[in-house]
Design a protein around this ligand. Structure first.
Ligand code: AHR
Length: 508
């Protein structure tokens, strides 16, 4: 048995609210995310409503999916929304040049996306086209979606079968403008973001939260340029109304762009490299936050990580442009480490969207369109186990002893990660033991509360590369966990090697 690592949680000192939007999702017209993932079409034998797979909806509703970002990604900057409205059989065919260079039939467009959001009970996050669109086109799309009277776009929407305007709270202005979204300089994009965002109007009481496309990884200069576009240090926030948040993207890649590494066949060192890459997300959140603090010390402007997750070599035999990859216990631990960082920075980080929901990159769900089968990935289970953190108040977890460390080719990797929150008289502790071989014991003093009714859950498997397939869908599944004891106000938990544990308890 290992020596317990001592920790303290001040249960009576709750911090920032952990927005449920940190558990957001992303669905791009890419590979089999939309077509073959969400969308099977009305004529399909797979049970669907209006062409949308019902088992997918049910699985995502079980996560309390808070929002869905669409239609891209890179695709957003070549998407022209008028192609995707009106009678489906009259919609033009276009080319998805970024992802597989395939023909897009536009069967899934604005109305289908909004229907999906309604079925999911998720808030839509629409990414507008800056790279190849126009200010007018973006402005019209907002009007089409959200205006109630008989304006030209509202009329067009009615002609296409929808009378009432929708509520669209989140609006993205561009995507990766430094790359696929137009290869722009930060200053050029900052000017465009101000211009485009100005015409993302609030129609008919729809309150819109505009998110300017942001940096890659640790490009803090990009964030600084966007913050400057909102006002000088001397007159901070003078243009605050123009956009309300800035995004950034960070993928946990451990190899090179050409050789990212196998999703399922990896060494222990490669496992640790992924955990190290996940831990780096916190460094970037802190870096972007520090820049934003200079201009916005009151934290009125939100930071949004609207693409994150693992990125491995595509599954052998699949179209490399479809970014299809399996998902192992390693991916689940990458996710749980991210969430701990998200909870710690909930005062600035207001939204995050893992890439991507179905069949693409670090997916929640894998689908088989031939058989209609559906598999929940290990990452899905982490999202489900963390539901209790949605809109809860963050609690700091103070480690009194050094966390165990493993050496890897990416440097020393801390193998214990933890976070906590409280809501409605209960606390939720999240505990990741990313050690490949050893259990870890933590003795957590729960100060400032009387604890009771302790319940544990665990996600683990015999091996770090365990994953769920259509043949073995429950190889990595959540089970009840009893490896804890409560003695007075000290909760002692022994977390098995390579596992993720949540402890839910009553706190008075
Ligand atoms: O998620 C896949 C792609 O990664 C997105 O389209 C793009 O924004 C990013 O480079």
């Amino acid at each position: 048995t290992s020596t317990p690592i001592r920790a303290v949680v001040n249960v009576d000192l709750p911090g920032a609210t952990i927005s449920r939007h940190l558990y957001g999702h992303f669905a791009e017209h890419l590979g089999r995310c939309i077509y073959g993932g969400f969308w099977v079409g009305e004529g399909s034998d797979i049970p669907n409503e209006g062409g949308i797979r019902l088992d997918v909806v049910e699985a995502l509703r079980a996560l309390g999916i808070p929002n869905l970002r669409w239609p891209g990604g890179c695709f957003a900057d070549e998407y022209h929304w008028r192609d995707g409205v009106g009678p489906r059989d009259e919609r033009p065919r276009t080319v998805n040049s970024h992802w597989g260079d395939v023909v897009e039939n536009n069967a899934f467009g604005t109305h289908e996306f909004m229907q999906l959001c309604e079925m999911l009970d998720a808030e839509p996050y629409v990414s507008g086209n800056v790279g190849s669109g126009t200010v007018q086109e973006m402005s019209d799309w907002v009007e089409y979606l959200t205006r109630g009277d008989d304006s030209p776009m509202a009329r067009l929407r009615r002609e296409n079968g929808r009378d009432e305007p929708w509520t669209v709270p989140f609006w993205g202005v561009g995507n990766e403008p430094w790359g696929c979204g137009g290869n722009m300089s930060a200053q050029t994009f900052a000017d465009l973001a101000r211009q485009y965002a100005t015409y993302v109007r609030q129609h008919s009481g729809n309150s819109v939260y505009r998110i300017a496309a942001g940096a890659s990884d640790g490009d803090y200069r990009w964030t600084q340029t966007l913050m400057e576009a909102l006002g000088s240090v001397e007159r901070p926030g003078e243009l605050r109304g123009v956009f309300q948040a800035i995004s950034f993207h960070y993928y946990s890649m451990t190899g090179t762009w050409d050789r990212k590494g196998s999703a399922t066949d990896f060494t222990v060192d490669e496992f640790y490299r992924a955990i190290a890459a996940a831990a780096k997300a916190e460094r970037f959140i802190e870096g972007h936050s520090a820049v934003m603090d200079v201009y916005d010390p009151e934290k009125k402007i939100g930071l949004v990580l609207d693409e994150w997750g693992t990125w491995w070599d595509p599954t052998p035999g699949t179209n490399p442009g479809f970014l299809e990859q399996q998902n192992t216990l390693r991916d689940a631990l990458v996710a749980s480490v991210h969430f701990d960082a998200f909870h710690r920075h909930a005062d600035r980080l207001v939204m995050a969207n893992i890439a991507q929901t179905i069949n693409v990159l670090q997916a929640m769900l894998l689908t088989d369109t031939e058989t209609g089968a559906l598999v929940l990935t290990p990452t899905y289970h982490v999202f489900e186990m963390n539901r209790g953190h949605h809109d809860a108040r963050a609690l700091d977890v103070h480690l009194l002893d050094d966390a165990p460390v493993r050496e890897s080719s990416a440097g020393d990797v801390r193998t214990l990660s933890a976070s906590a929150s409280r809501k409605d008289g209960r606390a939720l502790l999240s505990l990741t033991n990313a050690h490949d071989a050893d259990a870890a014991t933590v003795a957590i003093q729960l100060r400032g509360a009387t604890a009771g009714d302790v319940r544990g859950r665990i996600l683990t498997a015999a091996a770090i590369d365990a994953h769920n397939t259509f043949a073995t869908p429950d190889a990595v599944a959540v089970t009840t966990f009893e490896g804890f004891s409560l003695d007075g106000d000290v909760l002692t938990v022994t977390i098995p090697a390579h596992s993720y544990v949540t402890i839910d308890l009553a706190v008075d």
